[in-house]
Design a protein around this ligand. Structure first.
Ligand SMILES: [Zn+2]
Ligand SMILES: [Zn+2]
Length: 430
């Protein structure tokens, strides 16, 4: 089996895409986007050559290029049912925000969804004229998220995709017992880093929320609609915070979707129960009302680059009684990062000092180095470890760790590199 790295490698975290070929059959794992202006996609692949396509999870860095393949492609696309429904939400939003810069339109999203085939965890399916079989393992990352096991008659390859080895309120930890492997493609987002203790972070977060609300303040929690919004809701609800809790925008649509597909959650009824304590906000009239009352508002977008969070911020930033709590990853160059590091924000186009309290809490949905070490130590067989989805220095550090500390072969492929699996051959040219 040959793996060709189309993206998410060579120091890139975004635009994942891996092409697998064997005996004249070709399948594709993920086809994401890099959310830059303009967006960038994985290396080109001729859709008509593809026998099948698998989507590991809905995040745009793994799916943002998928509709592009359906301008001419008509291959089946396999994923969890709830994943494709999230893709629908996210890509629609992507088209709304970046439409003119995207090489596809609603029609191609529609064609992609039409070719969707649902696959539950541990339901094997044959692909590529029977050459490949694919099975989804829970990756613990977001609802529906999967690590992909790909088998041929000879080789077994596991693609972790984005993986979280820790239990969260929303998700069970990733399944990481894979049996004997010939290769593993492993993400490296937080390679070499260690997350703070989750319980302690939750405790501090709950304490600070109560403090601010009791002081008469509004707490804005700008979050990603998918996964993190629901995790924050569960932390608040299960931590005993129930009053004056508002949720807005795509976070509501995503929560409804997860309640409908609650079998992919750790504790199916928990989210529905938590949702009972939430006031849903849809209209501008209501937004203007709730923002002036003490309480907690959960609203996208996470990095404050768009969404209704911008409106809420513009109404609360002046008053030190209020707070903005950042609970997700802040990419360099985003308003979220400037806010946390400099307490500055653009309010209606003008750079302004934020007087509301600003604090950041780390609730990651990725493994850290301790999690990766656990995965590597549990590997069976003598697999080649292919390290991707991380900054160059982190990936290189991880190559060293795997070869020196774990004693397995490891590599960090560049963009376009091909790797022969099974023969464990050397990396081939671009
Ligand atoms: Zn992800
Ligand atoms: Zn990712």
């Amino acid at each position: 089996m040959t793996v060709r790295c189309l993206g998410g490698c060579g120091g890139q975290v975004e635009r994942s895409g891996y092409l697998l070929s064997k005996d004249g059959s070709t399948i594709l794992l993920d086809y994401g986007a890099q959310l830059s202006k303009p967006p960038v996609f994985p290396l080109h692949v001729a859709p008509r050559q593809l026998d099948g396509f698998v989507v590991s999870h809905a995040h745009l860095d793994h799916t943002g290029g998928a509709p592009y393949l359906y301008i001419s492609g008509r291959m089946p696309v396999y994923s969890q049912e709830v994943t494709m429904k999230q893709v629908d939400l996210l890509v629609r939003d992507f088209l709304k925000l970046s439409g003119p810069r995207l090489p596809y339109e609603f029609l191609e999203l529609h064609t992609l969804l039409q070719h969707s085939k649902h696959l539950g965890y541990h339901e094997k399916t044959q692909m590529g004229k029977g050459v490949f079989s694919v099975e989804l393992y829970n990756s613990g990352h977001i609802p529906g998220g999967a690590s992909l096991m790909v088998e041929t008659g000879k080789e077994r390859l596991l693609y972790t995709s984005d993986i979280n080895t820790y239990e969260t309120r929303l998700m069970s930890p990733a399944e990481t017992t894979y049996g004997e492997l010939d290769a593993i493609i492993c993400e490296s987002t937080y390679a070499g880093r260690f997350h703070p203790d989750r319980k302690a972070t939750e405790g501090r977060f709950l304490e600070r929320v109560s403090e601010m609300v009791q002081g008469g303040g509004t707490v804005l929690i700008p979050t990603f609609a998918i996964g993190r919004s629901q995790e924050i809701l569960l932390i608040l609800h299960q931590g005993g915070y129930e009053n004056d809790l508002y949720m807005d925008g795509m976070a509501l649509a995503a929560t409804r979707l997860f309640i409908e597909h609650s079998d992919v959650l750790k504790e199916p009824p928990a989210l529905e129960r938590a949702m009972e304590s939430v006031t849903e906000v849809y209209r501008w009239k209501d937004r203007k009302k709730v923002v002036d009352k003490p309480g907690v508002i959960i609203a996208p977008a996470g990095m404050l680059g768009g969404g209704t969070a911008i409106f809420y911020m513009s109404r609360i930033y002046k008053n030190p009684k209020n707070a903005i709590f950042i609970v997700g990853f802040r990419a360099p160059g985003t308003p979220g990062k400037a806010l946390v590091e400099e307490k500055r924000a653009y309010i209606r186009g003008v750079e302004t000092r934020v007087e509301a309290e600003v604090e950041s809490f780390k609730f990651s949905s990725h493994a850290d180095q301790k999690g990766f070490e656990g995965i590597f130590k549990g590997l069976e067989g003598d697999p080649l470890v292919i390290l991707v989805h991380g900054e160059e220095s982190r990936v290189q550090q991880q190559v060293k760790f795997v070869t020196q500390e774990i004693g397995l072969k490891a590599c960090a492929p560049g963009l376009g590199d091909e790797i022969e699996i099974g023969g464990n051959g050397p990396l081939q040219g671009r």
